[in-house]
Ligand binder design. Structure first.
Ligand SMILES: Cc1cc2nc3c(=O)[nH]c(=O)nc-3n(C[C@H](O)[C@H](O)[C@H](O)COP(=O)(O)OP(=O)(O)OC[C@H]3O[C@@H](n4cnc5c(N)ncnc54)[C@H](O)[C@@H]3O)c2cc1C
Length: 416
């Protein structure tokens, strides 16, 4: 693809699941009654979609109901092959000092909330590819180049890639946690390490996963088994860094034995069926999500601990909220980079994200990390939640991604 045609209404940097989805939402809706928006997306590393016979990738996420709806509105969810996605109907959360199948383990059941499931587990790459295809099918243009720098002017933003100069009226930074866009704009980000590694891998288990997401809070970290479509499970095991490196260096048999013990045998014997990968865990929050003619979405704006499965789900809510604000402005004849819609986006998403990020950190500190009376108290908190109808409904709403102020694309009417 030539980059020669250099003037865009919206230029998105980063074609991860969040950037690609924002592009597809804007491109599909951006023509209503007016000149369609010209949208370009810079992505230097577009992945190939997995072939039908490929084993499931180790990078998977739990996609909430809100995400399913947003991706459906974007034209992406319909493209996912059913045989690679696994809806899950239950979540079972339990602390180290109790068995998973005890009455005090916290169980969230989709049927309890009148839902068919709580969400679905699918490979990140699969969803990313579907969203990129949906963007192109709607008329968007993928530019195979990396962002290198910018200059913000009154009327537009000049964007440099390695070899070209592009112009846009709105620049969207969706280039992940190490966002160069955020840095180039000069937006301050508060960042720190959890001093944990997440070990991820796919495993076969002696017992069936029962379409359930299992999560155990350990003394120093958490261990999740997410059900996969081929009957295996994806593990996300967050442990202190030194211990994580030790686990990675272990033989497969040693690792499997440790994993069996850490899971309290909830799914029986465990056998690795993929490589083991480690991801250092960091938290990040940009102080501002917008600047003149620029906005950040997804991990470029905020990164949270994966224990609550919220990162990409919140990123898709950013994509939907930003699209809604821009499209509303466009319908009123405004420029997509105008200040007012960007301010509305920022206020909206920051007010939704701040309490959620605090709650995730508190969970990680008390349930996964804290020894002593406070940790003990927090671990018993699971049993209290289990006994409270109101709290359980609140948590199910969170898992479905249906609490708070939702963009129209995440509301039921958006589902075709
Ligand atoms: C172990 C683990 C488990 C997780 N599980 C879950 C879960 O169950 N549920 C959940 O909601 N979240 C989960 N997350 C979080 C989730 O993976 C992230 O929030 C999500 O990947 C962020 O998507 P994104 O599109 O914002 O960024 P990314 O996926 O990082 O995509 C950024 C894109 O930008 C491109 N890019 C980078 N630099 C440039 C540049 N200079 N120019 C142009 N393009 C560029 C990259 O090539 C990439 O395609 C998990 C995270 C981890 C670490």
């Amino acid at each position: 693809m030539s980059l020669g045609d250099s003037h865009w209404d919206v230029l998105i940097v980063g074609g991860g699941p969040v950037g690609a989805c924002a592009g597809a939402l804007l491109q599909r809706a951006g023509g209503a009654g007016r000149r369609p928006l010209r949208i370009g997306l810079l992505e230097p590393a577009r992945p190939a979609p997995p072939a039908a016979q490929d084993a499931l990738d180790v990078r998977v996420s739990a996609w909430s109901r809100a995400s399913e709806r947003i991706l459906t509105t974007a034209g992406a969810w319909q493209r996912l092959p059913a045989e690679r996605i696994q809806p899950y109907e239950r979540m079972c959360v339990w602390p180290a000092h109790q068995p998973a199948r005890s009455p005090d383990a916290l169980v969230f059941d989709a049927a309890y909330a009148g839902e068919r499931n709580l969400g679905a587990i699918a490979e990140n790459r699969l969803v990313q590819c579907a969203a990129l295809e949906a963007f192109e099918a709607a008329g968007g243009t993928i530019l195979p180049a990396g962002f290198a720098g910018l200059e913000i002017g009154e009327q537009d933003v000049q964007v440099r890639t390695d070899s070209h100069l592009l112009h846009c009226r709105l620049l969207v930074g969706a280039d992940g946690a190490r966002s160069k866009v955020r840095e180039a704009i000069g937006l301050v980000a508060h960042e720190s390490s959890y001093q944990q590694l997440a070990i991820i891998a796919n495993v076969r288990t002696a017992r069936a996963h029962e379409r359930t997401a299992w999560q155990r809070f350990l003394g120093a970290g958490t261990l999740a088994f997410l059900p996969l479509a081929d009957g295996s499970s994806s593990i996300v095991w967050s442990v202190e860094e030194a211990l994580g490196r030790e686990r990675l260096a272990q033989s497969e048999a040693q690792f499997e034995a440790e994993l069996l013990a850490a899971s309290d045998g909830v799914l029986g014997a465990v056998q690795l069926c993929s490589e083991r990968r480690a991801v250092p865990l960091r938290r990040l929050r940009a102080e501002r999500f917008t600047a003149a003619r620029c906005a950040l979405i997804g991990d470029a704006a905020h990164v949270v601990h994966p224990l609550a499965g919220q990162g990409v789900n919140q990123g898709l809510l950013d994509a939907a909220a930003l699209s809604e604000c821009i499209l509303q402005a466009q319908r009123g004849g405004e420029d997509p980079g105008a200040a007012l819609p960007l301010r509305r986006y920022e206020r909206w998403r920051k007010s939704e994200l701040a309490p959620m990020a605090l709650a995730i950190d508190a969970f990680n500190r008390f349930l996964a990390h804290e020894a002593g009376p406070l940790g003990h108290l927090a671990q018993h908190g699971l049993a209290w939640v289990n006994r409270s109808e109101t709290l359980k409904r609140l948590f199910i709403g969170q898992a479905l991604g249906l609490s708070g102020e939702l963009p129209a694309a995440a509301r039921p009417a958006a589902l075709s």
